[in-house]
Design a protein around this ligand. Sequence first.
Ligand code: GLA
Length: 350
Amino acid sequence: MKTLKDAYKNYFTVGAAVSAHWLDEAAETVKTHFNTVTCENEMKYNSVHPHEYKRPDFWKMRHGEKPEPPEVTRRERFVHPSQETDFSGADKIYRFAKENGIAVRGHTLMWHASYPWGIFEQLTPDEIRTNTLEHFDIMRSKYSDCYCWDVVNEAVDDHGGYLRETVFKQKLGDDYLLDIYALARKYFPEAELCCNDYNEYNPQKRESILKLIGRLKERNLVDVIGCQCHINALMGDKEFDEMKRSLGMYADTGLKIHVTEMDVNCVDWKNPDVVVPESELLDRVTKTYSRAFGIFREFQGAIENVTVWGVSDRHSWLNGFKNAEHRKNYPLLFDENYRPKAALQAIIDF
Ligand code: GLA
């Protein structure tokens, strides 16, 4: 069988998100088929600076409901994150990649959802600045060879506004992203800086993404537009057209494009409890991958990397997403036993 990376060698590199706890079982598959890896969680703030605070399940709450902020204990560790670190997961993946000549996409230097919830709200702007400097400095000292960094993950608002209301925006001001990207440029001068977001094919959100990209680009602070590409197996013509139109608009900026977190969710959100035969779901997944990769190939030269968000259906974040535990999902390219799925074959044989 031809490998995925060989099939795409004239188009773009292909990557997979991996996790330290199942890397060993996936290692051979990753080495065979992929040129790049991304740490699924291991380079995020929460993993590198572990703490005991749990993020509330916001999706289970009523609109507007806000939990009480937690009490800050041992505040100094949040101002000086170097006081508490755990690099075991990220080191394992980084070492594996280096030993096998696989490039690493750094993910991610700042993501609002990967900080202890409710704590930074209680820090001063200066304390947050100190935290950021120290955290970026640690990441630079440990993982300087990442060829690209997702700088501020998901910074754009998802409800029609421009920027997402995060604690960083509230405390550091509306232009905080310019400072954060400038810091990333200074600390990672060799790396590509990527602005990564989801729902990137939604016309309204696309407009905000392009606005942000424009502001960063005029200051030479961004190199790559990151399209997460968490898509659904029921995607139809209209959505595929929008995907193509969006990729065209992103390519027109002159920046490179990375498809950063692709997976194909089988859940029909309008009828989540209707049981569909497995063969039908697998077929939808195959067709969706096939069509999406067909579009990616049209952007040869603009798309530099396509990464899938996992390797085997055995380990996908979708298996635990929004009460999904009781539904089977088939979002990736290898089945639960790492056997290649028809979706893989279909994107290899184009
Ligand atoms: C977002 C993040 C990823 C990952 C996925 C799914 O897209 O960027 O790191 O957490 O959600 O879990």
